[in-house]
Write a protein that binds this ligand. Structure first.
Ligand code: HEM
Length: 244
């Protein structure tokens, strides 16, 4: 294995994990008030109502696909009677549908940021950089799915290369040879994925670490009904407004 290969597949994953975990702890410690999606629902909600669920439900399926494809060894799925060919057909169909839904949702959310004045004004440089890395990860992922399944070019069984490498990172014995044997498209996708994980704690994506399931079903901004307004609320100790 070349020095570059060792750096990319044997060192970089740990740098990424250190930045992801360290960055998240740092943000939790020093920026709890900034730990938010910085919701823009108050500025525009029509496009948000379409783009946001499309993106979030799509990415949930993509995450489940990654957990199955990367963490569950091929021998296990074979043992329960799922052949390699059948596995790849379902991965291709589900992965492509979920990937396109996620990318479509992202496209609507970016269009909304660009065309709705107040939302555009509330968009920071940090958001724009995050969107670039996110879209790059999604596009590269879809490309690997199509290339890996042999829709374009030669078929590749990533569960013999990428997946063993991914698992080996967590057993602290990175199998750099395995990842080195994966096609370039898979390597590029994994590198962009690691970049996204490294910037994660420093962007609005950090909200995903806060009860992500609840986020799918609750309003973007939590409103307080009149019945529970300040007038009817008993004074709160300490941090609330002064009592009567
Ligand atoms: C180091 C981290 C990652 C690795 C090793 C990895 C690996 C893979 C592999 C092997 C595939 C092909 C799946 C198949 O054909 O069945 C894939 C697809 C995909 N990846 Fe990743 N990925 C990583 C991170 C990410 C991240 C952070 C995102 C997005 C935020 C992402 C989005 C996608 C998408 C949209 C697809 C295509 C749809 C799908 O198969 O789910 N990946 N990835």
């Amino acid at each position: 294995m070349t020095t570059l290969g060792i750096l990319l597949w044997g060192v970089l994953p740990y740098v990424t994990l250190a930045v992801l975990i360290g960055g998240t702890l740092w943000r939790y410690r020093y920026d709890q008030f900034g730990w938010t999606t910085r919701s823009s629902q108050l500025y525009e909600s029509r496009l948000l109502r379409i783009g946001s669920p499309l993106f979030h439900f799509g990415i949930l399926v993509v995450i489940v696909g990654h957990v199955i494809g990367l963490l569950i060894p091929e021998s296990w799925t074979t043992a329960v009677g799922l052949s390699e060919a059948a596995y790849h057909v379902q991965a291709l169909v589900l992965g492509t549908v979920a990937g396109i839904a996620t990318l479509g949702g992202t496209a609507i959310l970016i269009y909304r940021r660009r065309t709705s004045g107040p939302v555009f004004m509330a968009t920071t440089r940090n958001d724009k950089a995050m969107y670039v890395v996110l879209v790059a990860a999604l596009v590269a992922g879809l490309v690997t799915t199509l290339l890996g399944a042999g829709v374009v070019g030669e078929e590749h069984n990533y569960r013999a290369t990428v997946s063993p490498w991914f698992r080996s990172v967590f057993t602290l014995q990175p199998d750099v040879e395995a990842m080195g044997a994966a096609p370039l498209s898979f390597q590029v996708h994994a590198l962009i994925g690691m970049l996204l994980f490294a910037v994660w704690p420093f962007t609005r994506l950090v909200h995903a670490f806060t009860a992500p399931v609840g986020y799918l079903f609750r309003p973007y901004v939590v409103y307080r009904s009149r019945a529970h307004g300040a007038a009817s609320r008993p004074p709160r100790p300490g941090w609330g407004p002064p009592g009567p």
